[in-house]
Design a protein around this ligand. Structure first.
Ligand code: SF4
Length: 312
């Protein structure tokens, strides 16, 4: 069985920068303790566990303002998904030391929303309900940003807005988004469209579709909560017409997926640690259908090094 490592895959610059910042903060003895991260820094539990080993407390929940209620002193790190101005203000008012790991691509969507609302626009924001990125984006202009996840959400009462802009979450499926944008344009011909799907997401999706077409099956390595990992599975299934499966690590690969496969593709979400992807690739490259399934991954043998620790 041939194994194709789909390229590009895995870590994007926003994720690497966020993790590097968190590690630097954890190593800095002058930073007030305790150190918290407001939400999962990126949607991968192995990265979160690694940060806990570095001494950072992870606070998780859907509402970041509420999460801040749990913090009275010390330091907070904002995640790559970005936060609302209200969260920044509350952290300042509490006297907390703040580090902001928001990806520059997310910040750009915040600026678009801010500028357009200042010019009198209402905003339709295409994004995933319950995900932290829309929460931060909607907080840029409370009451002016209307979240749309599916066509269903467009069936409500019409927005009475002469000036209307459409902005997207950074990690959506580009094909789903095209369809939804067309539906919005049908209903609101005046809408101005700002497609903010980030380049890293676009390139990973395009590679998964193009290179996945030549494969009998595609394995996507990523966390079940990672939007961009789930979208990779979806675009391979829908655009490349190939079976695709999400696995957290090597132990989740099912032999029946590989039955009769001559070529298997492997890709990974942008928050998936490279070592976990490598373990999957190594396993598949020496795959023996007669051998027992891997019951353990390197993750159970002890902490993995997510990014190299700088010399202090
Ligand atoms: S997926 Fe895109 S928006 Fe998200 S952190 Fe990576 S580069 Fe930034």
């Amino acid at each position: 069985m041939e194994v194709r490592a789909i390229t590009p895959r895995g870590y994007c610059y926003g994720v690497v920068d966020a993790m590097t910042l968190a590690q630097r903060v954890a190593m800095d003895k002058n930073v007030p303790r305790p150190i918290y991260i407001l939400g999962m820094i990126v949607h991968n539990r192995h990265v979160v566990e690694w940060l806990e080993q570095e001494g950072i407390i992870n606070l998780d929940g859907p509402d970041r303002l509420r999460l801040l209620d749990q913090v009275d002193h010390g330091t907070v790190i904002f995640t790559a998904h970005g936060v609302s101005p209200q969260v920044k203000e509350r952290a300042r008012a509490k006297g907390l030391t703040v580090f902001d790991a928001t990806c520059p691509d997310v910040t750009r969507t915040h600026r678009v929303i801010e500028e357009k609302v200042a010019q009198g626009y209402e905003i339709i924001y295409i994004g995933k309900k319950g995900h932290p990125e829309p929460e931060g984006a909607m907080g840029q202009a409370p009451g002016k940003v209307h979240l749309v996840e599916t066509e269903e959400d467009l069936r409500g009462p019409s927005l009475q807005a002469e000036k209307l802009a459409l902005v997207t979450q950074t990690t959506l499926s580009q094909w789903d988004t095209e369809d939804l944008v067309a539906k919005v344009q049908e209903r609101y011909p005046q809408v101005e469209v700002y497609n903010e799907i980030c380049l890293a997401t676009q390139l990973r999706q395009q590679a998964a579709v193009e290179q996945g077409k030549d494969c009998d099956v595609v394995i996507v390595v990523g966390d079940a909560r990672s939007n961009n990992s789930n979208r990779l599975v979806q675009v391979v299934q829908e655009q490349a017409g190939r079976p695709a499966y999400l696995v957290d690590n090597v132990t989740e690969i099912r032999p029946e997926w590989l039955e009769g496969a001559r070529r298997v593709g492997v890709t990974a979400g942008s928050s998936t640690p490279s070592q976990i992807v490598k373990e999957v690739l190594d396993y598949l490259r020496s795959y023996d259908p007669e051998a027992p399934q891997p019951a353990h991954s390197m993750l159970e043998k002890g902490p993995i090094q997510i990014i190299p620790r700088p010399k202090s």
